[in-house]
Write a protein that binds this ligand. Sequence first.
Ligand SMILES: [Zn+2]
Length: 559
Amino acid sequence: MRQYFLQIVVMLGCALWGYAQTTPAADLIIRNAHVWTVDASHPEAEAVAVLGDRIVAVGTSEQVDAWRGPHTRVVDAAGKRLLPGFDDAHVHFTDGGAQLDSVQLNDATSVQEFVRRIRERAAKSAKGEWLLGGDWDETKWSPAELPTKELIDPATPETPVAVNRYDGHMVLANSLALKLAGITAQTPDPAGGVIVRDRQGNPTGALKDAVQDLLFKAVPPFSHDQRRHAIERALEHAASLGVTSVQHMNPDPADIAIYSELLEEGKLTTRIYAAPLITQVDDQVKIGIRRAFGGPYLRIGGVKAYADGSLGSTTAYFFEPFLDQPGNRGLLSDEMQPISLMRDRMMRADAAGLQICTHAIGDAGISAILDIYTEIEKTHGSRDRRWRIEHAQHMAAKDFDRFAGLHVIASVQPYHAIDDGRWAESRIGHDRASRTYAFRTFLDHGVRLALGTDWEVAPLDPMLTLYAATTRATLDGKNPKGWFPEQKLTIKEAIEAYTMGSAYAEFQEKEKGSITAGKLADMVLLSDDVLTIDPVKIRDVNVLKTWVGGKLTYEAASR
Ligand SMILES: [Zn+2]
C-alpha cells in the first residue's frame, strides 16, 4: 500500500516539475555497472532501477534512465561488477557477532601463542567472568595435539574458560570451569558425547559434542543487551561483506526476539530465516506456522537437527572407522539416540509443514537421515518440502541418487573444503576423500546446492567462499591446483548457488536471489570483476556498496 502511495506522490511530483514522465520515478538508479543478474532470461545488464524496496527495471543505462525523476538517487557504478546480494544459507549469527569481540584463537599457530592469548584476555576480564569463543584449531600447531586444561590453568586461576574448537564440536575447559560445571573423573560420558580423559581417567578439559551441554549449563546466559550487541555487530559485519540474507541455524528463541525488536525499530539490515533446534519442534508445531512463515526481513518455520558431529572432532558418523583411530567410526548425536527419537520429531515437523534442515557430515550420518526422509515421504506422501542436509560433507557413493531422488538440497560451505582439505585424507583415506565436499558430483546428479559459511565456524566473507569453491586450494598452500579439483565449481555456478540456490533453500526464489524486476532490491557492488579475474584473486576482492531493499547498508570508505 505504502509503495503505491509513494508512486502516486512521485508521479504528482513529476507532474508539478513538468516532467514528461511515462513511468513513476525510481528512488534509486544504479547505472554504468557490469550487472550479472543470475536471471537466466537475461543474465547481463548495465543498470537497475529501484522503487521502494523492489527492483522495477533492469537493462541498459539508457533504458533505465527512463525511470529517473528529480529525486532519484543515481549511482554511477563506474563499470564495476554488480551482483545480487549474497544469501548465506548456514550461519550462527549471534555467535558470529559475539566472536567479533571475543578472544581470537583461530590463527594462533602454536600452542604457546594459544596460551598467551588466553592469558592476556583473562588478565583483562573481571574475576569470575567466563572466557568463551576462541575457535582454536590444533591442526595449525606442531605437534597437532588437543590442548589440555593444564596448559591454561596457570594463566587463568580466577577465570572460568570454555574456549571452543573452531568447528564447535569440542570445547576446552580449564579446571575452574570443570569445577563450576561439576564435571569430574566420575562423570560418565553422556550419549553423543565424549569427555577426553588422561590415563588415570581424569578429564583433560577437552569435551566433545554432547558433553559441551553439561559445561555450558554453568555459563550464565547472555543478557538481553549482550545478545543485542552481538546481533548488531553481526548485522554490521554482514552488510560490509555484501551478505544481504542469512539463514540462522539453531538460534536461541531470545535471538528471534531480538530480531523482532530490531525489525520493529527498522534496524534489521540483513534478512533472516531462522531454523530453531528440532528438540523444540513442538513449540513451532503448537503455534501452527509453516515453513518460511513471516515477512521479507524475518521468517521462521524451519527446524535444525543434528545427525552427528564433525570430522575434525572425530565425531562425524561413518560406515568405516577413521584411519588414524581404528576403533572409532564417530558418533550419532544425542538427538539420534535412539534413531526413532529423531524420526518421530521429524515426522511431527513434517506433518506440521515445517522445513527440516539436518546437520549430517559422515557418510553413515547422511545415510541415516536419508533413510528417515524416505520414511517420511512414504508416510506423508510427496510434496515440495525442500529438505536440506547441512554440510553433506562425506557422501557414500550409493547415496547421491537417493539424495537427488528425494530432492534434498545440499547446503554446503566451500570454505570448510579448503580448511579440512589440509588433513581430511589422512583421517578418511583417498576413496572417501574423493566424495568429500563433492559439489560437482552433486550438480551432476541434479542436486541443488545452497552456499553458506557456517559462520562463526568459518569466515562470513563471501569472497572467501567463492574463492574456495572455484579453486579448492587448501589453506596450507599444498594444493594450488585444487584439492580434488574435479569437484570445483565455476564462478557462475558458485554465485548462482550463493544467491538463487540459497533463496530456493528458504522458499524465497521468487522474492530474491537474482536481479530481476519485481524482486527485492538486494545487491552488492564489488571492487573487481569476480567473473573474469583469476579465481586466485577473488579472495582479495572488496565490497564497495551493499543495498538491502534498495537501502544502502554499507559503503566502503573512498580511497
Ligand atoms: Zn553450523
